[in-house]
Design a protein around this ligand. Structure first.
Ligand code: 0A1
Ligand code: ZN
Length: 881
């Protein structure tokens, strides 16, 4: 393991490469324990590089077995080599060819970076710096080259051979049991987009004609037996391709688009040019094994990787600091796609919930970093909610500030101007500044400053004058390495709701520039006056969550409940109710810590009852309104000295009070939402199931034994995974009678389906009971568990650490110790997965002193280890900062 003695990488140190690589010819001869990779690179000195400047290529854990330059074998003094570096001491001044042979052991590669085998299938993962584990290279995103790849393997072992781009030629290797295939990718690309797959895989095919008239062969490769689980992924792919043409004017640019599903993969999926490699979780779906949420996830991830073809591949990043250039923008695009495929309001609420539950805590703790960081020790640790989700919010804000038309013009300009380039955030913003005429200088701080701004709003209404005055105060707390912050340019979408359900239109707005109904808030204190009002307005602020800020308005409970029932903006209807609920839950938590009983105000109960029964609203929306903020959300809002047991007790009692108070309404709607027809994964049917299963959660957590009993019936009657898993979760988390039988029945049914077993692990790991830790420990010995598989590890240990507030944060510190020990072992095998697991500690400073001390001790114990990976050390030390 490499100890972290390396210096950090800094944005300001960026220099263009001293040499350029124009073409790469790879010849890969596969064998499980010894794969030979011959790389022929056409190199040239950059015009501003002094002749004789050494050429330094990156490596990681490599073994060089041959080296020649322009056909001549290099002598010892001509180069120096180490596993992580190859230096050609004095390269020719003109163009030259370097031939490098490395020998790899795919089976020994447990990091799942570079070339490895997953269930017998050879595959690669090169983002961010995995290509250097295959051959010595200028492994940086601004080194764009045209690749030709020859892959050779035993026919019996790997009848399928796939590379980037288009297939050129294939055939047997005469006199052997081997065969080969040659692939050529005409589009210059950085090494992180290189991929190769070889294995015995089944293929599901379809085709697509682009708006430019190109016929594209679409193939999804999966393990034999899974062919029947690809329909949804294929359908999602075709819809993504059409949508990108219609909404962004982007057409596909190769003759084939291949997707391969593998079972051992660190992340969700990877956008390699023409050869996307996926975690099988984001490809395989059958009603019997996948929930509605899984279906939605597949649709999103398939779209995300496909959209990268333009935002990431055709236009890529100059350096890894610009990661959000491709990720934030591509997440924004996949969010818009899903919004168009489903309900826009429901999608927006789901995205904001994810942002608040994953990104806000990151921004509030020791791992906070800007959307575009300025320094890293290990780039793999920056594939974060901040880069992805907040990065997408920044693009969304841009659209909000300049308007839809200028946004589209800016995107068109970006595609025209930078196609084929490796570029920067500055270049991206310049396109929108030119297209809109708006100065984006202050706006660019969203990429630079970490932390979630707090936006306080006070309102004064003067009836006589017909005037509403809103005073905005923005504050941005210090974050690691950023003690002082500048004011941000914040888009605040505002509506004024009149008492009779109508929107009030002011005659004039002063104190802020506007784009439609969006206010431009730019100064620390800004006063905006709406005049010419004919009645008392209730301001609906930050509609659609127009900026990723923490809004603190002076609206009282009755105003918020009015908005929850009447706002024209569905997002704010949801948000208004959440806001009242959150205030109540925080008060209940304080009460629970003092052993007081939890009560829910009659007005709030009435709001819930109205929602459950309101058939004019779509079921998916009602389901979201009924879902209480999670325990981690409540903890985040409390912010300091958190007692997770009190949070859990308060939330549980609160849910029970609602369940008991409106039991008949819940029961009636639960019955009304029964499936109308055969299972279908479409958004409308999924919405009905979401509402029914949310109500089931109330029934299972209420005091009425008849309601409790329904959960067991629901489990037994279920004919799809969504319903079955919903019932299993309630049985397990509410510890209802029938729980053990249901867990056993589920295990029996799914023991041979790893993705379904993940749900079984997860549901037990997230149970809020004192015995959970022991159960998790036991389950690490279950035959379906494997510490080498990232999905299994995430489902059991990851879910316990990140999804079980009360038990991970146990008062005795045993939860912290368990996760730290597990991560410590995992680090020797898969540092990326281990580091990700440790990020569950990111909110440790917000805990009450006893737990805080235990968490700190666990972190310090790890920090004292001498052989941590760079990945782990980076997270542990930043957590302790
Ligand atoms: N670019 C991918 C995410 C990704 C990043 C790193 C990986 O290494 C294991 C894999 C995938 C995406 O945004 O989908
Ligand atoms: Zn991505």
């Amino acid at each position: 393991m490499r100890p972290d003695t390396s210096a950090p990488v800094r944005l300001e140190d960026y220099r263009a490469p001293a040499y350029r690589i124009s073409t790469v010819h790879l010849d890969i001869r596969l064998a499980p324990r010894s794969a030979k990779v011959r790389a022929r690179l056409a190199l040239e000195r950059a015009s501003d590089t002094a002749p004789g400047t050494p050429l330094v290529l990156d490596g990681d854990d490599l073994r060089l077995t041959a080296l020649s330059l322009d056909g001549r074998v290099l002598a010892d003094g001509d180069y120096t080599v180490a596993p992580d570096r190859l230096e050609i001491v004095s390269p020719p001044t003109g163009p030259f060819t370097l031939e490098i042979e490395t020998t790899l052991d795919p089976d020994a590669n447990t990091k799942l970076m570079g070339l490895y085998r997953s269930n017998g299938t050879y595959c690669t993962q090169c983002e961010a710096e995995g290509f250097r584990r295959i051959t010595y290279f200028l492994d940086r995103p601004d080194c764009l080259a045209v690749y030709t790849t020859r892959i050779e393997a035993r026919v019996g072992e790997a009848p399928v051979l796939l590379g980037n781009g288009n297939p050129v030629e294939s055939g047997p290797v005469p006199g052997t049991d081997r065969h080969y295939a040659i692939w050529h990718d005409p589009h210059p690309k950085p090494a992180y987009l290189f991929a190769m797959v070889a294995g015995d895989l089944a293929c599901v095919s379809d085709s697509f004609r682009t708006c430019e008239g190109r016929d594209v062969a679409l193939n999804i490769y999966v393990e034999h037996g899974n062919e029947g689980a690809c329909d949804w992924a294929m359908d999602s792919l075709k819809r993504s391709m059409r949508w990108d043409e219609e909404v962004f004017g982007r057409a596909y640019d190769l003759d084939v688009f291949n997707i391969v599903a593998v079972s051992d993969f660190n992340m969700g999926a990877m956008e390699n040019k023409g050869l996307n490699i996926f975690n099988d979780k984001y490809v395989l779906a059958r009603p019997e094994t996948a929930t509605d949420q899984d279906y939605a996830g597949i649709e999103t991830v398939i779209a995300h990787e496909y959209f990268h073809n333009w935002t990431g591949n055709r236009i890529t990043c100059r350096d890894w600091f610009q990661l959000c250039l491709k990720e934030g923008l591509t997440v924004f695009r996949d969010q818009e796609f899903s919004a168009d495929m489903r309900s826009r309001a429901v999608k927006r609420i789901a995205d904001v919930r994810l942002l608040k539950s994953h990104q806000f805590p990151e921004d509030a703790g020791p791992l906070a970093h800007p959307v575009r960081p300025r320094l890293y020790h290990e780039i793999n640790n920056f594939y974060t909610a901040t880069v992805y989700e907040k990065g997408a919010e920044v693009v969304r804000m841009l659209k909000c500030l300049i308007g839809d038309e200028a946004f589209r013009a800016g995107m068109d300009l970006y595609f025209r101007r930078h196609d084929g380039e490796a570029t920067t955030i500055e270049a991206f913003l310049a396109c929108f500044q030119e297209a809109s005429g708006l100065d984006l200088g202050q706006f660019s701080l969203w990429y630079e400053q970490a932390g979630t701004p707090v936006l306080k709003v006070d309102s004064v209404y003067e009836k006589e004058a017909g005037r509403l005055t809103l005073t905005f105060r923005q504050q941005l707390a210090p974050s690691p390495k950023q003690p002082d912050k500048k004011p941000m340019h914040i888009p605040v979408r505002v509506g004024l709701m009149g008492e009779n359900d109508e929107e009030l239109a002011p005659a004039a707005i002063t104190g802020a520039d506007t784009t439609g109904d969006v206010l431009h808030i730019r100064t620390p204190v800004q006063t905006v006056v709406f005049s010419g009002l004919t009645g008392r307005p209730v301001p609906s602020l930050l509609r659609g969550f127009s900026a990723p800020v923490s809004l603190k308005s002076d609206l009282n409970e009755s105003d918020l409940l009015f908005l929850a029932a009447h706002d024209k903006d569905p997002f704010n209807r949801w948000e208004a109710l959440q806001s009242v609920v959150m205030t109540a839950l925080i008060a209940a938590t304080a009460g629970a810590a003092r052993q007081e009983a939890v009560t829910v105000s009659p007005a709030l109960i009435a709001a819930f009852a109205a929602n459950v029964a309101d058939d004019s609203l779509e079921p998916a929306f009602r389901a979201l309104c009924l879902q209480l903020p999670g325990e981690a959300d409540i903890a985040r809002e409390i912010g300091h000295d958190v007692d997770p047991d009190a949070v859990h007790a308060a939330r549980t009692a609160f849910r029970r009070a609602i369940a008991d108070d409106i039991a008949p309404t819940i029961r009636a709607t639960y019955e009304a939402m029964r499936d109308e027809a055969e299972f279908s994964p479409d958004a409308r049917s999924a919405g009905r199931r979401a509402l029914r299963n949310t109500l089931l959660d109330y029934l299972g957590h209420g005091s009425d034994p008849a309601g409790n009993l329904l959960v067991q019936t629901h489990f037994e009657a279920s004919d799809n995974m969504t319903d079955r898993f919903a019932a299993l979760s309630v049985l397990t988390h509410a510890a209802l009678p029938g729980r053990d039988a249901a867990l056993a029945a589920y295990e029996e049914r799914y023991r041979a389906v790893p993705l379904a077993m993940d749900k079984w692990f997860m549901v037990q790991a997230t149970a809020p009971t004192a015995s959970t830790l022991e159960r998790v420990r036991q389950l690490t010995g279950h035959p379906a568990f494997s510490a080498g598989n990232p999905n299994r590890v995430r489902a059991l240990i990851g879910a316990f650490a990140s999804g079980n507030q009360s038990q991970f944060n146990r008062a005795d510190g045993a939860g912290f110790d368990f996760v730290a020990d597990f991560a410590r072992d995992l680090d020797r095998r898969n540092p990326q997965a281990a580091a990700r697991m440790m990020s569950a500690f990111r909110s440790w400073r917000a805990l009450e002193p006893g737990r805080r001390a235990h968490a700190e001790a666990a972190l310090r114990r790890l920090a004292a280890e001498t052989d941590l990976s760079v990945d782990m050390r980076d997270i542990v030390e930043r957590c302790l900062q």
